[in-house]
Design a protein around this ligand. Structure first.
Ligand SMILES: [Fe+2]
Length: 238
C-alpha cells in the first residue's frame, strides 16, 4: 500500500497543482489525502476544492476550514495578534464559497484511520486526532503530548499544521509532520508532501518536494482581489 499525504496548501493553487501532478507521476499511489488547511489565503476556496475533487483527494478538516464554517465558535482560538486579519480573510473566503462547496467542507472528517493489517493503524489528522488547532509541533510538553496523542489508539499519527516536517516518537507512537504545500516556515520555494508505504508489516515514509512557479503563484494572488491589508497572509511565504 502506498498513500500520499499533503497538508496546509492555504489557497496556493499553483503549489497544490504542482504537488498533485507530481504525485500522479509517482504511479501506484492508492489514495491521496489532504490533512487540512486546504484553504486560507490565495486562490478561491472553490478552485482549491474543485482541484482536490478532480484528483480524487480525500480531504480532512483543518483549523481554517473550521473558521470558514463556524467563525462564531472558532474565532476565539485565533491568537490575538492575528484576530483582525483572520476575520478579514475569513470574510473574503466566504465570498468565494458557494453552497455546494460549503456542504462538501461540512462533511470533512477530523481524522481518518488506515489499517493495512491489524495493529498497523496510521491516523491522519490536521494537528492532533481530536483537535485541529493544538499539536503538530515539537514544542509540546509531555503532559500535552499525552492529552493530544497518548491515548489515541494507533501507532502512527500523521499531521501538518506547523508547516515544517519532522518525525519523532512519543512512548509507543511515531508522529510525523508531513510539512506544508505552501507557507513553509523555512522560506524554501518548494511544496512539500509525504509518501507513506506499507510493506512487510511496516510503514516507511518519504518526504518529497515539488517545485512550483512562484511568479504564477504571486500573479494568482494579485488577481484574486484579496483585500490589501491581508495580502501578506496569502503569500507563499507567510
Ligand atoms: Fe493549520
Amino acid at each position: 500500500m502506498r498513500i500520499a499525504i499533503f497538508s496546509d496548501a492555504h489557497g496556493n493553487l499553483i503549489a497544490l497543482k504542482s504537488v498533485l501532478e507530481k504525485i500522479k507521476k509517482e504511479g501506484s499511489i492508492d489514495q491521496i489525502f489532504c490533512a487540512g488547511d486546504l484553504i486560507g489565503g490565495g486562490s478561491s476556496v472553490s478552485e482549491m476544492v474543485e482541484t482536490c475533487q478532480k484528483f480524487d483527494v480525500q480531504c480532512l478538516l483543518g483549523n481554517y476550514e473550521q473558521l470558514l464554517l463556524d467563525y462564531d465558535t472558532y474565532h476565539v482560538r485565533v491568537c490575538p495578534e492575528e484576530a483582525k486579519t483572520t476575520s478579514t480573510l475569513v470574510h473574503w473566503m466566504r465570498q468565494q464559497t458557494n453552497k455546494n462547496v460549503e456542504n462538501w467542507l461540512k462533511r470533512l472528517p477530523m481524522n481518518i484511520n488506515i489499517t493495512p493489517t491489524p495493529g498497523s493503524t496510521l491516523t491522519i489528522c490536521h494537528a492532533s486526532p481530536l483537535d485541529c488547532w493544538i499539536g503538530g509541533s515539537l514544542n509540546i510538553d509531555d503532559g500535552q503530548m499525552d492529552e493530544l496523542y497518548g491515548s489515541w489508539n494507533s501507532k502512527w499519527i500523521a499531521f501538518g499544521h506547523a508547516h515544517g516536517s519532522f518525525v519523532t516518537t512519543y512512548k509507543d507512537k511515531v508522529l510525523v509532520n508531513v510539512s506544508s504545500v505552501s507557507q513553509l516556515r523555512d522560506s524554501s520555494s518548494y511544496a512539500t508532501y509525504c509518501i507513506f508505504s506499507y510493506q512487510n508489516n511496516r510503514w516507511s515514509i518519504n518526504i518529497k518536494k515539488a517545485e512550483f512557479d512562484l511568479y504564477e503563484s504571486f500573479k494568482n494572488i494579485r488577481e484574486a482581489n484579496i483585500p490589501e491589508e491581508i495580502l501578506w497572509r496569502a503569500q507563499p511565504f507567510y
